[in-house]
Ligand binder design. Sequence first.
Ligand code: 7PJ
Length: 272
Amino acid sequence: MQELLKKIREGQWVVMGILNVTPDSFSDGGQFDHLDAAVKHALIMQKEGAEIIDIGGESTRPGAEPVSLEEELQRVVPVIKKIREHSKVMISIDTSKPEVMQAAIAAGANMVNDVNALRADSAMPICAELNIPVCLMHKQGLPQTMQDKPEYIDVAEEISSYLQTRAELCMEAGIKKKNIVIDPGFGFGKTLENNLSLLKQMNMFCQMEYPVLVGVSRKSMFEQLLGRNVEDRLVASTSAVVLAYQQGVRFFRVHDVVETCDALILCEAVAQ
Ligand code: 7PJ
C-alpha cells in the first residue's frame, strides 16, 4: 500500500474501483450481492486498471438506512477473503465501524476508507494500532438527512480546515502522517453549487500535505446538473475526473474503471 501512496505523491494517478456489497446500493442495484459475483467484479476491475478495490457493505448514499455490525461483517469479510485467495490487489474497506475496520484488515484489506473521518469512538486508536493508510472524508450530517439543508459560508475553506483538524487529531492518536489521505466528500451534505465550487477549488486541497482522493462517480450532482439517470452519468463523471486531475488530484474512486483510465492516460500524456 505504501507503494501506491508513493506513486500518488510522486504525481502518478491511481484508480480505486468501487465494489458495493450492499443489497440497496444505488448504482448497481445490489447485483454484486453474491460472493462470487462480487469477487469476479473485483478481479475484472483490477484487470481494467484499478490498483485498489474499495469494498463497502454499508450504503452511505443519501437516505440510506444504517446496517448492523453483524450484517456489515457478513457482507464484507467473505468477499475480502475470497479476493485475497485470487489476487494481491490492494483492498480498502469503506466503513465507519471500528470492528469492521479491524476484521477487514485481518481478512486481508490494506486501507480504511471512512466517510465519517474516524469519528467513531476508538476508530483512531484502532487505525493507529493497525498501522494502515486511512482516508478521511468530509461529510455534513448523517446519510438519512444530509441532503436536507446543507449550509456553508465558504465550502472549500470549511472542508479543508475540517480535514486538517481531523488529520491532526489522527496524528495525535498515533496515526502516521504518511498514512493519511483526505477527501472532500462530493455529495455528502452538499448542494450542486457546493459540489461545483469544490470541483473548481481542488487545487486548494492539493496544496495540503496529504494525498487527495476524489469520488464523483455517477453521483446525483450529475442528475441535478444534467437530468441524467445513474446509468447515463459516465461522461460527466469522467470529465469531472479530468478537471480534478488538472488541479493536481491523482487518486480517483470510480465505478467505470476502463473509461477513467483512458481519460487519465490522456491527461498524463498531455502533461508530459
Ligand atoms: C465516497 C466514498 C467518496 C470516499 C462513497 C457513492 C457513495 N468514500 N464512499 N469518497 N462515496 N472516500 O459512491 O456515491 O466520495 S459511497
